[in-house]
Design a protein around this ligand. Structure first.
Ligand SMILES: O=C(O)CCC(=O)C(=O)O
Ligand SMILES: [Fe+2]
Length: 198
């Protein structure tokens, strides 16, 4: 069997995005969801939007192997040391990429009101063409992409339990992405975004 057969290239212009719907088996994804739900010291930081301060609409945590902080949206996070489970997943992802990840930002979306607004992961510390590897555990949620300049270019997809979405090349220069809120009653979703902070 070809292990890479369910590797789907999105073929969106000015980007390089690849989706692996069944990157983890359902059993492994269940196991990791439970582990991270329990083991991670989830925090809720405040973000500043147009000068006003709000609690971020999700919980987060940062892990890494080089002690480097990650700064975005006025938040500076200090990393915890990678756990055994995060290292297992990191090693598995690295078989599909040319980079070695140093850092993982975790997101916990508790319900449909939790979200992640339009942004690009283009912070300076991620370097020129950042590679972001994003794992979904738990509830499926919609992932939206829109081109920064050409308003006709947009894409929506459901991110499945156990899936991997790889964003690389010029993607962060040219596209924004978000996890919108949903009015449907939905359960918890954990997202892991592996990054390189050299
Ligand atoms: O939850 C997701 O799938 C996206 C997370 C994300 O875009 C981020 O943390 O930068
Ligand atoms: Fe992002």
């Amino acid at each position: 069997m070809d292990l890479f057969s369910d590797r789907i290239s999105l073929h969106l212009p000015d980007s390089d995005i690849v989706y692996f719907p069944s990157f983890l088996t359902a059993d492994d994804a269940d196991f990791y969801f439970k582990q991270f739900k329990r083991q991670v010291p989830w925090q809720q930081d405040d973000i500043k939007v147009f000068g006003k301060v709000y609690p971020q609409p999700r919980l987060t945590a940062l892990y890494g192997n080089n002690g480097k902080a990650y700064c975005y949206a006025n938040i500076t996070m200090q990393p915890h040391e990678f756990t055994k489970e995060l290292l297992q997943i990191k090693t598995k992802i690295e078989k599909h990429t040319t980079v070695k990840f140093t850092t993982c930002l975790l997101n916990l979306y508790r319900h449909g009101k939790d979200s992640n607004g339009w942004h690009a992961d283009d912070e300076k510390e991620l370097g020129q063409n950042p590679v972001i590897a994003s794992i979904t555990l738990g509830q499926e949620r919609y992932f939206h992409l829109k081109h920064k300049k050409d308003k006709t270019l947009k894409h929506k997809m459901l991110l499945r339990h156990g899936s991997l979405l790889l964003m690389q090349g010029a993607t962060q220069h040219n596209w924004l992405h978000q996890i919108p809120k949903t009015a449907k009653p939905v359960s918890e979703r954990i997202n892991l975004t592996f990054r390189v902070i050299p």
